[in-house]
Design a protein around this ligand. Structure first.
Ligand SMILES: [Zn+2]
Ligand SMILES: [Zn+2]
Length: 213
């Protein structure tokens, strides 16, 4: 009997390819396909919404193990600062390499042929998803631009109000200053005295004016 190495079970079997029909291999195959099927189902569900999110490396750099191709695949896509959830995995599932490797894996592991189509995504389906995704990215960018426009308008309005407040304060300060100056001049005239009391008060008022602005 030929020796057979099963990469799925990671063991060498001395019953040859009969191992593929054994209960332990069937169970392991079912478990492994179940894990991949969950990821594929989540990706398919995301195809309807085609949503985008802010990119977060902790969340969006996750990889999914593709059993058929024997390698990790990035689950999410990325466009600048945006994450495209499940777009990486969907692109992989719709690719020619994955379709070929899935056929090989099914053949080699004697998997149920009826289940195979669940693990691949049709090219037309993927193309529709990409078109919806492009629209979602465009809509998000428009929203961002609108937010920036509104923020800029708010800043301009706050600056205008601040300028008005300063101008009003300066006007009050200037009126006060001229009142004090008039008052000092009257006192000087009345007393015939040119002391520095009025000057000190005026200087004090100028300091207030600086503190105001
Ligand atoms: Zn096996
Ligand atoms: Zn694959």
């Amino acid at each position: 009997m030929a020796v057979y190495h099963c990469s799925l079970c990671r063991r060498t079997s001395f019953t040859g390819r009969r191992h593929l029909y054994s209960a332990s291999h069937r169970r392991r195959l079912q478990e492994a396909l179940g894990r991949l099927e969950e990821e594929v189902a989540a990706a398919r569900a995301a195809m309807d919404g085609a949503a985008v999110r802010r990119y977060d490396p902790a969340e969006h750099e996750r990889r999914v193990w593709c059993l058929c191709c024997g390698r990790g695949v990035r689950r999410d896509g990325r466009s600048g600062a945006l994450a495209l959830p499940h777009a990486g995995l969907l692109q992989h599932l719709a690719g020619a390499e994955h379709r070929r490797e899935t056929a090989r894996f099914w053949r080699e592991n004697r998997a149920d042929a009826a289940l195979r189509e669940r693990f691949v995504v049709a090219a037309e389906e993927y193309a529709r998803f990409v078109a919806a995704l492009e629209k979602a990215v465009g809509a998000h960018e428009e929203r961002e631009e609108e937010n920036i426009r509104q923020m800029a308008a708010r800043i301009r309005e706050a600056e205008r109000r601040q300028r008005d407040t300063v101008r009003a304060a300066l006007e009050v300060g200037a009126a006060e200053l001229s009142r004090i100056q008039r008052c000092c001049a009257e006192h000087r005239e009345r007393r015939g005295w040119d002391g520095d009391g009025g000057g000190r008060r005026a200087a004090l008022s100028t300091r207030n004016l600086v503190a105001f602005s």
